[in-house]
Design a protein around this ligand. Structure first.
Ligand SMILES: [Mg+2]
Length: 269
């Protein structure tokens, strides 16, 4: 039976040393009798200047929210797809790539390359990497992506990336982010590290590196392979439509949630 809770947050006057300060008190009262109380001191209180101990209402709210997350869904980490999820969709023109590689339109690129003789595969892989890196250089963070990463980290969640792209492309794309870097993620699993999605191997690998169970992960992505990989690993899944139409096929597993933008994640986290 799921734990129920009541939560409230208020601001009270307190003393730090001899001077008065303001304390933000957030409390969750759970139905099984376990209470969680978080206190933080307002940033303008004596002894806590900006950039010092993070005594802000945001921290109190974040810590409280973390408790709510664990109660609501048992989620301890968020595993993002990269292209079209953390970056704006459209940077990679898959149709043009397939044309250049001679890959049939109804076949995924990596699987097509895998089916080729070794010499051809090496040659086509070089072309693919060039095209991907060009796309990465011009890519931009998705709307709200940096704020989303920042807030999830504040909530104490582990973060990861699982992509069919290469590590060098991911690193290049991060150069166009302002406040978030690849170092903000506890796991970055690229096609060099595991079998590509929809195979669940990358989800298992990410979970191991993030030190959580696969079922404690929320897998977020803008393509059916993201949902398929997450579901096959036993994770909860979010299909991110980016305001467009769904790429899901009728026989695909249902995502737990379908959101049009990253901000909507906070409706369940
Ligand atoms: Mg994607």
């Amino acid at each position: 039976m799921p734990r129920k809770f009541n939560a409230y947050c208020n601001k009270t006057r307190d003393h730090w040393g001899e001077k008065p300060s303001y304390k933000n008190v957030c409390q969750c009262a759970f139905s099984d009798g376990v209470d969680a109380i978080y206190n933080t001191y307002a940033q303008n209180s004596p002894g806590y200047g900006p950039g010092g101990w993070t005594g802000t209402p945001i921290l109190a709210a974040s810590l409280m929210m973390r408790s709510l997350v664990e109660v609501k869904m048992g989620i301890k980490g968020v595993l993002f797809d990269f292209d079209g999820t953390l970056t704006l969709p459209g940077a990679i023109d898959f149709r043009a790539i397939k044309e250049r590689l001679g890959c049939p339109f109804d076949e995924p690129v990596l699987e097509y390359l895998e089916s080729q003789p070794v010499a051809t595969r090496i040659e086509l892989t070089k072309i693919l990497e060039e095209v991907e890196e060009d796309a990465a250089r011009t890519s931009r963070p998705n709307d709200g992506a940096e704020e989303c990463v920042f807030s999830l980290k504040k909530m104490g969640l582990c973060l990861g990336i699982l992509t069919r792209n290469s590590l060098s492309s991911v690193e290049l794309a991060f150069k166009n982010f302002e406040s978030v870097s690849i170092r903000d993620f506890d796991a970055v699993i690229t096609r060099e590290d595991s079998l590509p999605k929809p195979h669940p191997e990358g989800v298992f690998e990410a979970a191991a590196q993030m030190n959580v169970l696969p079922e404690e992960l929320l897998v977020v992505g803008d393509y059916r392979y993201d949902v398929m990989a997450g579901k096959a690993a036993g994770a909860k899944t979010v299909f991110l439509s980016n305001g467009g139409s769904s790429f899901m096929s009728p026989d695909d597993p249902e995502p737990n949630y379908t959101f049009s933008c990253l901000e909507e994640l906070f409706e369940v986290l």
